[in-house]
Design a protein around this ligand. Sequence first.
Ligand code: CUA
Length: 166
Amino acid sequence: MHVHRFEKLWFGASLVLIVAFIGTIVYGAIGPGVAMVGDDGGTINAATVSDGDFEETDNFRSPGVYESSDGEGVDVYIVARQYLFNPGTAQPIEVPRGEEVTFHVTTADVTHGFNLAGTNVNTMVIPGQIAQFDVTFEETGEYGIVCHEYCGSGHHTMAGQLHVVP
Ligand code: CUA
């Protein structure tokens, strides 16, 4: 049977595409730089977050920036709620350049997103969960914080600021 030259060509091209598609999926699954929700932070009672009472909670503190207990870097505790970040929206979060910043982010109500605009600092913020991740900022600068999960009528206004200071 004779196979036309163009048939062979297109057959070959479609095989290349199939391999390429599988390659992108494999890369997404095991490649570098792809991080989903940090689940190191553990869980938290969503009602506790809503009440803002963290006295009895050993893996979350009142929203704010704290020196790390080991003396290196800082811990930042952030509560997202419709439609702000505390801290971050009313006042910028200030973190030091060149030190490890451990973020602990949770929500007082619905699912939100937390993204530092223009970076790969990006997590979902899920009720009952604490998203935890480390970032070291090598340069000073100002970043916008955006909520990238639809969370209600004010979603598009939900934003904040983070300043990396010397
Ligand atoms: Cu919070 Cu969208």
